[in-house]
Design a protein around this ligand. Structure first.
Ligand code: XLS
Ligand code: NI
Ligand code: NI
Length: 441
């Protein structure tokens, strides 16, 4: 069955196109910095936001009008697979991502749930074979069902821990079956509501035990995907243990897990943590821990994870700068963990939203590559830190000094010769690059 019958494959038509169903900037074949946009950006569609969610929010019922909604249960799950692959093809995204419960309904018990999953997974496998679309990552939803009321691997209840483990075990098997490039752990309820009833030490230890068992099981079944932790500071918990990249990295190091994981960085989670998107990318990159990206954006006027489609070109440029500096995302990609607004309820909006996001990162890629090629930011940074390239500065970075020598150096100083940080000039230059990238032609 065809679900988006009024829409053809979305093609690149260039910046001056007025066709709403065309890419203005995302040209899959265009080579930038030696890689095609398609190869480098590795776009992925999030199954949950695009095919599963209904637009409900804490204040109102679902609004989405979807051509597959006439079905229910397993028929609905199958219809969604058909619709999803039609969508991947038409939007021209090479990857997709899902949670277990996005693709198949839960049964009356774990066994039934897994049977439902098996049916849908074999269907997805066929569609993948025919279409060439690939699974960027899958994950287990260990937060929606009431059994995870107090968390999963960090639950106070051992049975919840076991149930979560069984779901991840199945998830790893599914990942292997479908050739997933990565496997994601987002700690939806891995945190606490209040310290008053929480054994933080036990919860952290258990979370680490859980991850170690997952690593062991993946090894046991020969599933070689990159494991990813997706940090988020809060929501739905008041404090989530993998608060941000720095916290997550310290956790991984504490528990000797750092060699088995990288990070999946989501823009809106970064801002919820009080960071910029590029801060999280930078922190991961300089520690060689940047694995993949959940591409979205928050609303500065709302305090929660609004998961909007990314349209802010300044942000996509600075994000792409980090990704280019990282040498790309390796096995990761740019997954649109983003949802259309509740008022954008028509099926066509799914296309408009993805076009907007794919175009926004394409612009970011092009502008950031130009910034790299012209050595704009590196030049500024090199100049700013030049005192570490000789004299006392070089001694500091080479570990050839101590407090005695530094004191002696300080005694000899009358004033410190600072230079301006030139923030306004730098921002103006970035604006210039943003506008010039498309003015040239
Ligand atoms: C929620 C998260 C979630 C993860 C996958 O805030 O972003 O969607 O990406 O569980
Ligand atoms: Ni996410
Ligand atoms: Ni999120």
């Amino acid at each position: 069955m065809i679900y988006f019958s009024n829409i053809n494959k979305i093609n690149y038509e260039g910046p001056s196109s007025t066709n709403p169903f065309a890419f203005k900037f995302y040209n899959p074949e265009e080579v930038i910095g030696g890689k095609s946009m398609e190869e480098f950006l590795r776009y992925g569609v999030a199954y949950w936001h695009t095919f599963t969610m209904d637009g409900s929010d804490p204040f109102g019922a679902g609004t989405m009008v979807r051509p597959w909604d006439k079905y229910s249960d397993m028929d609905l799950a199958k219809a969604r697979v058909e619709a999803a692959f039609e969508f991947f093809e038409k939007i021209n995204a090479p990857y997709f991502c899902f949670h277990d419960i996005d693709i198949a309904p839960e049964g009356n018990n774990l066994k039934e749930t897994n049977e439902n999953l098996d049916t849908i997974v074999s269907m997805i496998k066929e569609y993948m074979k025919d279409s060439g679309k690939k699974l960027l990552w899958n994950t287990a939803n260990n937060f929606t069902h009431p059994r995870f009321i107090h968390g999963a691997a960090s639950s106070n209840h051992a049975d919840a821990f076991a149930y979560a483990a069984a779901k991840v075990k199945k998830g790893l098997e599914i990942g292997k079956e479908l050739g997933a490039e990565n496997y994601v752990f987002w700690g939806g309820r891995e945190g606490y509501e209040t310290l008053l009833n929480t054994d933080m030490k036990l919860e952290l230890d258990n979370l680490a035990r859980f991850y170690h068992m997952a690593v062991d099981y993946a090894k046991e079944i020969g599933f070689d995907a990159q494991f990813l932790i997706e940090p988020k500071p809060k929501e739905p918990t008041t404090h989530q243990y993998d608060f941000d990249v720095a916290t997550g990295y310290a956790f991984l190091q504490n528990y000797d897990l750092q060699d088995h994981f990288k990070f999946n960085i989501e823009a809106n989670h970064a801002t919820l943590a009080g960071h910029t998107f590029e801060h999280e990318l930078r922190y991961a990159r300089i520690h060689d821990m940047l694995g993949s990206v959940d591409a979205n954006q928050g609303d500065p006027l709302l305090g929660w994870d609004t998961d909007e489609f990314p349209t802010d070109l300044y942000s996509t440029t600075l994000a792409m700068y980090e990704i280019i500096k990282n040498g790309g995302l390796g096995r990761g990609g740019l997954n649109f963990d983003a949802k259309v607004r509740r008022g954008s309820f028509e099926a066509d909006d799914l296309f408009h939203a993805h076009i907007a996001g794919m175009d926004a990162f394409a612009v970011g890629f092009k502008v950031a590559q130009k910034l790299v090629d012209d050595n704009v930011l590196d030049g500024i940074v090199d100049d700013r830190y030049k005192t570490y390239t000789d004299g006392i500065g070089l001694d500091i970075v080479n570990g050839q000094t101590d407090f005695h020598k530094l004191e002696k150096h300080a005694y000899g100083l009358s004033e410190i010769n600072h230079q301006s940080g030139r923030l306004e000039s730098i921002k103006a230059t970035i604006n210039q690059y943003l506008l010039q990238a498309y003015a040239e032609k």
